[in-house]
Design a protein around this ligand. Structure first.
Ligand code: KPL
Length: 301
């Protein structure tokens, strides 16, 4: 298959590098990372993957691709959708693997191709430009954004499996996106604020905060008509924290690099929906307020 990966951060680079072992991959991202890939290839867990074609964000290639994989930060999904539309890319399918609930709607607003939803809980880091490391093998789940069967999801799932990325094609993506939101709210925000790795949430006070955050997301999900129990949400957080125990969550990576975080997509979206539906979210609100205070102090918002 021909893949176009938009968003060469840690996860996009890892998936792009793995996919390139079996498929044609064009990786779109920013310098200095993309420049380093152009110079010397993409190093994935120590092995150089020279088949990845790098492209700058300002230069999204037109032409035909089977699937565009969008792995940008959630606040960049709109720009990615506009870039794809402006480049006139001819696509079968667009798959969002970004955090949050609204990326698929944003993509569908700009692009005519079938839009798939996906979640991926791999841990990944880019310790230096041109290099990506897998720090936790997670689960990848993809499917139709509104649920139900999808031949496009079956095709992309098979291509992922061929590249060694074990993938489940699911007919209940709306519920899966809420479960992933619970994971991100429970792991990313506490680890970013505590400057701790994901495994620090498996016991003690960090565990209590992570579980409270996940339960609040589950309550908002249920009020929105999605069947996610408190127990399923907290179990998902603990499963992912264990599988990625040594990982620095993407939000902690952002904080350590003084970058804007995904606080709005991960915590803000649950708090706002909770407000609309009369569901209190005190833990999520506190975590969001602290992260926004940190961003404001650094002029990141
Ligand atoms: O999605 C993640 C992230 O860091 O954004 C998890 C799965 C929590 C891995 O760290």
């Amino acid at each position: 298959m021909e893949f176009l990966v938009i968003g060469a951060g840690s996860l996009g680079s890892l998936l792009g590098g793995l996919l390139a072992r079996e498929h044609a991959v064009t990786l779109v991202g920013r310098d200095p990372h993309v420049g380093a890939v152009r110079e010397s290839g993409l190093a994935v867990d120590g092995a150089v993957e020279s088949h990845v074609r790098p492209a700058a964000r300002t230069d999204v290639p037109g032409g035909r691709f089977d699937c565009a994989l969008v792995t940008t930060k959630a606040f960049d999904t709109e720009a990615a959708a506009r870039d794809l539309a402006a480049a006139g890319v001819d696509l079968d399918t667009v798959l969002s693997l970004s955090n949050g609930l609204d990326n698929e709607t944003t993509l569908a607003g700009h692009i005519g191709a079938a839009v798939l939803a996906g979640t991926c809980t791999y841990g990944a880091m880019t310790p230096e430009p041109g290099v990506v490391r897998c720090t936790g093998v997670g689960r990848t789940v993809i499917g139709a954004r509104r649920g139900g069967p999808s031949a496009a999801a079956d095709r992309v799932g098979t291509a992922f499996d061929e590249a060694g990325i074990e993938t489940t094609v699911a007919a209940d993506m709306p519920r899966r996106l809420w479960e992933k939101l619970a994971v991100n709210a429970g792991i990313n925000a506490p680890t970013a604020l505590a400057r701790a790795e994901n495994g620090a949430l498996l016991a003690g006070p960090g565990n209590a905060v992570a579980r409270r955050a996940a339960r609040e997301v589950a309550r908002v999900a249920r009020a929105s008509g999605v069947d996610l129990s408190d127990g399923e949400a907290t179990a998902a957080v603990e499963r992912v924290a264990e599988a990625t125990a040594a990982n620095t969550s993407s939000m902690q990576q952002d904080v350590l690099a003084d970058r804007r975080t995904e606080v709005d997509a991960i915590l803000g979206s649950a708090v706002d929906r909770g407000d609309d539906l009369g569901v209190p979210t005190p833990t999520l609100r506190t975590l969001a307020d602290l992260l926004r205070a940190w961003e404001r102090e650094r002029d990141l918002r």
